[in-house]
Write a new protein. Sequence first.
Length: 590
Amino acid sequence: MEDSVRKQNSDFRAAFISEAGNQLKNNDYFGYVELDEYACYVIADGITDLPGTDSARLAIETVILYFQENPSLSKGCMRRLIREANKALVNQRSYRRQEASLTVVLTDYRRLRYGYLGNTRLRMYRGGRMFLQTRDMSLTRELADREQIPKDVLQEHEERNNLYSYLGQKRVKPFISKKIKLLDTDILTLYTRGIWENVDEGSLDDVFSQADNEVQGSLDNVEELLLSGQPENLENYTFAAVFVNKVYSDPQRAKKRKKIIILSIVAAVVILLIIGLSLFFYHRRQRRIADMNHYFTNTVEYVNTGNFIRAKEECDKAAELADKLRDDAMRDRLQEYLFVIETVMLGDESFESREYSEAARYYQSASDRTRYADLIGADYMEEKLDRIADFLAVTDDISLGDSLLEKGNYEKAEEKYLSAKKLAATIHDTDGTEAAMAALEKLYAEWEQARKEQEEAADAQAKEEISAAELTASGDRACLEQDFVGAKVFYTMALTKYQELGDTVNELYVSRKMETLEEKLAEQEAKRANAESLEQQAAQAQENGDPWGAKSLYLQAKNIYLELKSDTDVERLANLAARMDSLIGQQETP
């Protein structure tokens, strides 16, 4: 019954700010729930800021819902909360991988426990001074811890978001704190990288060293610090604060103290037993150390033989013993080994699936990180990267050949396909060899078809050219025969064919013949008009009783028709002239 009034007899004030910054969507989330006996405060930062991801919101909802059903301050509860959140992200059906950084704070209004993954941060103030803070699980933090870079460049270093532990991995290892006793006026702050990348932590300390009991005022001061710096590319930012104005005080404390004294006496008796057990545990620890070293040696051997699956199994066993032994140095070392091994395994999966670009990214990431893991597997990764370069070269040659084939450049396409086939055979790329062979078969089929079409087109063009030449020759013969009208028909047909063939030289040649022909036609028409005029004059002379004049005019017209080769007109005028001879004979007869 006494615990049911914890929340009523304490004063915890929580508030937060969360904005998208310069981004289109806010992928940060903060949430909390305050029950009668326990409270939970959780902040998350989505690592992948792409459409289709909502990892931070999903992680927080999972933690809050699970905590409401199973409230506790135990280390097991904290571990289960984080594992449930990770399981929710891993099992989320999405074409985008769900990943997030997460920090969880649990309290029973007297003590707190926190756990985290990634680079969301917790900072606690006591008596106006910074009391504790979390350490980012990033490459930058490790470099700083090893004194390879100064700690004052953490917020700007290029590897600050290169995390080795975060939600969304198959296996997560969060940091979980011990229970920490709370005091009145303690202040808890939780914030994402949008804050710590742009606001100096010393400035944050100044804000909370002067904080009163108003949570919102302190949040406004933090946001003012952030925005006054006018960062060029402001990420999502979230900042939450919990002011512990009053900690729950147990009214049964005196009775409990008495119980503690009694228990202490009992404990003294138990100590004798513990001393006896200490030797047992000492020897067990030594066995665990030997086993851990054995598993570590096996890990190295399996990596050297390229068996990364067995290497991971051995490394996991060694890491589990390092956790039990609380050997931080070995645990950190094995964490680096695991990162390299797991990344290489991902690369192997992509390599087997022929996703070479993705595989290269994994191998390169592992290669960059292996310098922190005693260069394990360096030769293996280098060999894989070289093979990937060859496989990609095969794919590139085939793709370039396809592009050239589409453009009808058969010879260049053949060169690329043959190059791909040769390289694939050299590196024993069966799929690449088959793809190159299939591409060559398609090329030769299309090439042969194109050749036939070209020959048919050439034959058709040759026939058209011969036809056009024959029409031109017919026109020439018609001209020689003075059949200019017929010649014009032949030339016109020839000209049309040359235009269709695009033969500009012969088109110009025939056009000039046409021009000359038009001149002759005009000349011929003029002669015909003159002949017709003479014929009319002859008819008039005949009508006027002048057969001699009429005969002369008919004969002149007849001569013109002779030139025009108009046989019909020549015969007709010859008859008219003969009639005139008859009239002349009649006039001369007395």
